[in-house]
Ligand binder design. Sequence first.
Ligand SMILES: NC(=O)c1ccc[n+]([C@@H]2O[C@H](COP(=O)([O-])OP(=O)(O)OC[C@H]3O[C@@H](n4cnc5c(N)ncnc54)[C@H](OP(=O)(O)O)[C@@H]3O)[C@@H](O)[C@H]2O)c1
Length: 252
Amino acid sequence: MIRRVLAASVIVPSSSIATRARRWRSSTFINAKHKSSPEGISRSAGGGRSVPGMNIALIGATGTLGTAVHTELTGRGHHVLTVGRTAGDLRHDLTDPDQIAALYRAAGPLDAVVSTAGDVPYKPVAELTADDWQAAFRGKVLSQLELVRQGLPHVAEHGSFTLITGILAREPIPTGAAASMANGAVEAFVRAAAIEIAPQRINAVSPTVFTESLDAYGDFFPGMGSVPLADVARAYVRSVEGRQTGQVYTVQ
Ligand SMILES: NC(=O)c1ccc[n+]([C@@H]2O[C@H](COP(=O)([O-])OP(=O)(O)OC[C@H]3O[C@@H](n4cnc5c(N)ncnc54)[C@H](OP(=O)(O)O)[C@@H]3O)[C@@H](O)[C@H]2O)c1
């Protein structure tokens, strides 16, 4: 079950999806007007206070983690544009840089970009092929790095990016070498990018196995404990609404 390799897909938004995205963009533009208030106070997190009603693109919104993050962010009054390959307001594959560009064109101005998506293959080191390494890099590293690089002009001055990594960056398990590589690369990028993109912010959330995923993956994490999805979702809130940058929020 844990041996998943990312399948590339190209999905064109249906008309109903396009309509939902347009409706979402109108609320984005209303919000954008507030950003240039006469007092010059940014409404984005990082502008001095926690502000509900941020416009947030959530990648992987219908996945296990994405669903929990969606519930938490909408519960706090944020406007969440859901993105995935097969479900969501917008359908784009993050492993294709052209589709990331299309995503940002459709989304309009954003206060935060949140990623809960990233696939890597799980195999013993001796069986990992060059294609597997590339799949891990495309599926979790390049996809999220491009999401940040291309997102810079579309995210508010004090807006933020929150990426997903995982415990394997610091605690190895058998068959997890590609995931460890990918998580470590993303965490190194987060620390490096933070010093260049300020006042925009960037953080990573790095959880251990979710309690809700124990049936599927628990055997791979013997004695390592698990965390409820609600705790992981709160780490995203900390990143989106907080002031810190260059952080890796471990949740374990
Ligand atoms: N499960 C755990 O216990 C656990 C623990 C620590 C870290 N993590 C990490 O957390 C992340 C999410 O895990 P999960 O268990 O929530 O996975 P999941 O249930 O498979 O959900 C992944 C979501 O991301 C979307 N997605 C995947 N690849 C995409 C791409 N290339 N472009 C756009 N959307 C994409 C999927 O939607 P579509 O299929 O429709 O695209 C899906 O909505 C992974 O990176 C995983 O390594 C998981």
